[in-house]
Design a protein. Structure first.
Length: 324
């Protein structure tokens, strides 16, 4: 595009009394800031890499957030009653009494007691198999499932157990839910911090690239000033060109991150029947991000492009003020 109408340089040259040759970049009607140069391609590659990393961090944080919410929902819906053996009481009767009290609690969907054999099998991962548990005071467990969307009052159930079933303890897993929430919030905070660092790095890369472009186009800038172009026109031109370059690089980086996420989701689904796949699914679910994750990745790409354009404009204005 032409930096200014051709009548303006002719008029300015006539008033100045001399002919000033235009740089080759302007005489060929080329853009003020060439984005297809080696420096422009390198900056686009850097922006693509930084956007790719930022999108991965944001997608990972969203994945952990969704998995943590699922874990907390499942844990919060399951309450455990543990009944320790008492030599002066029948543990089977205590179990039956505890199950009855649990089922009478409003909001409880199901209460299932583990048998003696099932309770003993729970100890095998720590004590090994083939052991005789007859002489060991193995506690009995009762698993209570809460109706979805309800919060039963377990204080009354806890008091009833203390009164009617001595040695019974109720665990609502509040400590585990709190720890999971803290862990998830920490990971999300680290992800947000890394995304912020990547955006800062992108801004710094744009600053150096813009100053290099200004230094390489100093003669063009002088001619533009000579024909009457102000600093705002030059800054807008740089902003427009760098925004397009940043948008291209960020789109490539964001698309690469989404493609990698889709590939990992397909791989984990193909491993679903294997121990490795089951472990990955237990930690990260189906390894797919929700629509919020896609929206966040797209917003990051747009934010990188905006940062590229805005930072380039501010850098140009500062460069012109320093060398004006």
């Amino acid at each position: 595009m032409s930096a200014a109408p051709q009548s303006r340089p002719r008029k300015a040259a006539a008033l100045d009394g001399q002919k000033r040759p235009l740089p080759a970049s302007l005489s060929r009607n080329a853009p003020l800031v060439p984005v297809d140069s080696a420096g422009g391609q390198a900056l686009a590659a850097v922006i693509a890499i930084l956007t790719f990393l930022a999108a991965l961090c944001a997608g990972g944080a969203e994945l952990v957030s969704a998995s943590s919410a699922q874990w907390r929902s499942e844990i919060a819906r399951e309450i455990t009653i543990q009944i320790r053996p008492n030599a002066q009481r029948s543990i089977d009767q205590d179990v039956e009494r505890a199950v009855t009290l649990a089922r009478q609690t409003p909001g409880v969907e199901q209460a299932q007691a583990f048998t003696k054999e099932e309770s003993e099998r729970l100890l095998e991962p720590w004590l090994g198999t083939g052991l005789d548990f007859k002489d060991l005071p193995v506690p009995r467990l009762i698993v209570i499932k809460v109706k979805e969307g309800t919060k039963p009052d377990f204080n009354s159930l806890r008091q009833s157990l203390q009164r009617d079933v001595p040695g019974a303890t109720l665990d609502d897993h509040a400590l585990w839910v709190s720890r999971l929430s803290t862990m998830a919030n920490t990971i999300i905070g680290v992800g947000v911090f890394l995304v912020a660092l990547v955006l800062v790095a992108a801004g710094l890369a744009v600053i150096f690239a813009t100053r290099g472009a200004m230094a390489g186009n100093r003669e063009v800038v002088e001619v533009l000033h000579f024909v009457g172009a102000d600093d705002d026109f030059i800054a807008k031109e740089f902003q427009r060109r760098f925004f397009r370059l940043g948008l291209r690089g960020s789109a490539i980086g964001a698309a690469s991150a989404l493609i990698l996420t889709l590939i990992l989701g397909l791989v984990t689904r193909s491993w679903r029947a294997s121990p490795t796949g089951d472990q990955l699914e237990a930690l990260f679910g189906a390894f797919t991000i929700s629509w919020r994750g896609y929206v966040v990745v797209i917003l990051i790409a747009l934010l990188v492009a905006l940062i590229t354009g805005i930072v380039s404009r501010l850098t140009v204005r500062r460069f012109l003020n320093e060398n004006g």
